[in-house]
Design a protein around this ligand. Structure first.
Ligand SMILES: [Zn+2]
Length: 118
């Protein structure tokens, strides 16, 4: 449960203290800027070239899940399929910045072992 909380807060997957994204990354409707290394433990986030290529698949999965959720929820209120489609397209564009951030965080948490702190 603490890991999920740290993913949501954007903490480093290794030490779970340093921030992965710098402050500009928290702006609404802006591509989040990633720190190259953890400010706390100096862990390099992009462990190898192209490491975040796989995060695209995570982002794709998140987008599909969001589309299905938006479709199901909006179909209760909107009867026109065209209006639902437009709503989904707008939502995808707005959520793409959030997906970018959390797909990278999820990808890093999948492949980075946490350092035991005692
Ligand atoms: Zn760290």
């Amino acid at each position: 449960m603490a890991r999920i909380n740290n993913i949501l807060k954007g903490k480093c997957p290794k030490c779970e203290t340093g921030a992965v994204f710098n402050k500009q990354g928290n702006q609404f409707l802006a591509i989040p800027k990633m720190n190259e290394k953890c400010p706390n433990c100096n862990h390099k986030f992009e462990v190898e070239p192209g490491f975040f290529f796989g995060a695209m698949y995570v982002s794709y999965g998140m987008t599909v899940a969001e589309c299905i959720a938006i479709y199901i929820i909006s179909s209760f209120f909107i009867s026109s399929l065209l209006k639902i489609f437009i709503l989904i397209v707008i939502s995808i564009l707005l959520l793409s910045f959030v997906n970018y951030k959390y797909s990278r965080l999820l990808w890093m948490y999948l492949f980075t072992k946490k350092v035991a702190t005692s």
